[in-house]
Design a protein around this ligand. Structure first.
Ligand SMILES: *Cc1c(COP(=O)(O)O)cnc(C)c1O
Length: 387
């Protein structure tokens, strides 16, 4: 038995069963490369499903985690803490609309909290979300998620959620009423097939929310931290949401989430929400290093340039199996005329790890530090498997 086979058989025996697993055991990473247990190298276009924007084992994040682990790992928010204080100030400075930030541990938890805050602050219950939207899998977040196969086994979900077609302002206009607490949208629908918001759409949504007293929740769990070519995707749209949800790459790969809260909402009532691990010194230290690296290495600009390069090269392939190529920054979707699954396997055999986004979209979500040579190699492999 190889090392990989041994790891796979042990994990397969005990894993919950919820994940469609790939037959590979990943044990090490550096930049945009990953190694399996038998020493085989892969170009990573899964990017930790969005958690690895900085690249694997970034030395600044490794150093921050190591130093902080030796000083203090956990510290609940009933106490003040140096790393948390500094991070809150640094993140708020990167989000000019935000006056306050709630720290948590995942994307679903950030969405869950944003829904609660919207209900609390408006005294209303309705939430309008989008067809093909993805917001996570806890009961509230799942209620905002569209995909029927994720939702239906768990009905009834939280009441008063409706879904309208994305990028359709008339449908949204009709759905937002004086009972709507919030509208929740992604700036690029990631899991739902890589659909960027049309120019002007989110600004129109913001205006409608404002007119009707509903809050705009923007879910940047996947688009945040440089992915779309700006530090946050809202910068493309000139909007200032009531609530902004962050997670995935926020802390260089450690589990962390955040809700940035618009100054207009004021503070939250004491004891209205909370979470044990939120804002721990360890994740805050990693998140501080992440923000520093984002700036020092100009990762948003790199994502914009590399993404434009990759999109242009992919569009030039003109293969009959490809229906459309779209994306923003390094969040790229290649829509096929057939199911994507066999091509993901064929790419892995050629040393490229990629993601699906729905049944027939091939999604590329590489670390933003991927090199041009690596992008060329990925595109060559895609051209080969789709030929
Ligand atoms: C991944 C994702 C989530 C859920 O995040 P988890 O950390 O997996 O709970 C929510 N919203 C969007 C847009 C996502 O891409």
């Amino acid at each position: 038995m190889t090392q990989s086979e041994s790891i796979i058989s042990t994990e397969a025996a005990y894993t919950s069963g919820v994940y469609p697993k790939r037959q590979v055991a990943i044990v090490r990473g550096e930049g945009a490369l990953l190694w399996d247990a038998d020493g085989r190298v892969y170009i990573d276009c899964v990017g930790g499903q969005g958690a690895a924007n900085l690249g694997h084992a970034h030395p600044a994040v490794v150093a921050a985690i190591r130093e902080q682990a030796e000083r203090l790992i956990s510290c609940p928010e009933i106490f003040y803490n140096d790393q948390r204080a500094a991070y809150l100030a640094e993140l708020a400075a990167a989000l000019p609309f935000a006056a306050r930030i709630f720290l948590c541990n995942s994307g679903a938890e950030a969405v869950e909290g944003a829904i609660k805050i919207a209900r609390l602050k408006t005294g209303r219950t309705g939430i309008v979300a989008a067809v093909r939207g993805f917001h996570g899998r806890t009961m509230g977040a799942l209620s905002a998620t569209f995909e029927p196969k994720y939702r239906e086994p768990f009905m009834p979900l939280v009441p008063d959620f409706t879904h309208v077609p994305y990028n359709n302002i008339a449908a949204l206009d009709a759905a937002v009423t004086d009972r709507t607490a919030a509208v929740i949208l992604e700036p690029v629908q990631g899991e739902g097939g890589v659909h960027p918001a049309a120019p002007g759409y989110l600004a129109d949504v913001e205006r409608i929310c404002c007119e009707r007293g509903a809050l705009l929740i923007i879910d940047e769990v996947q688009t945040g931290f440089g992915r779309t070519g700006t530090l946050f995707a809202i910068e493309h749209h000139g909007i200032a949401p009531a609530l902004l949800c962050l997670a995935k790459s926020i802390a260089g790969g450690l589990p962390m989430g955040a809700i940035a809260i618009n100054a207009a909402l004021g503070p939250l009532p004491p004891a209205s929400h909370g979470t044990t691990f939120g804002g721990s010194p360890l994740v805050c230290a990693a998140a501080r290093a992440t923000l520093r690296v984002m700036r020092d290495e100009e990762l948003p600009r790199q994502a914009a340039e590399k993404g434009a390069y990759a999109l242009e090269r992919l569009a030039a392939l003109r293969l009959p199996r490809i229906r459309a190529v779209r994306g923003q920054g390094l969040l790229i979707g290649i829509e096929l005329k057939e199911r994507v699954q066999p091509f993901l396997v064929a790419l892995m055999e050629r040393g490229v790890l990629a993601l699906p986004a729905g049944p027939n979209v091939l999604r590329l979500l590489p670390p933003l530090v991927i090199t041009y040579e690596q992008i060329d190699a990925v595109i060559a492999a895609i051209a080969e498997v789709l030929a």
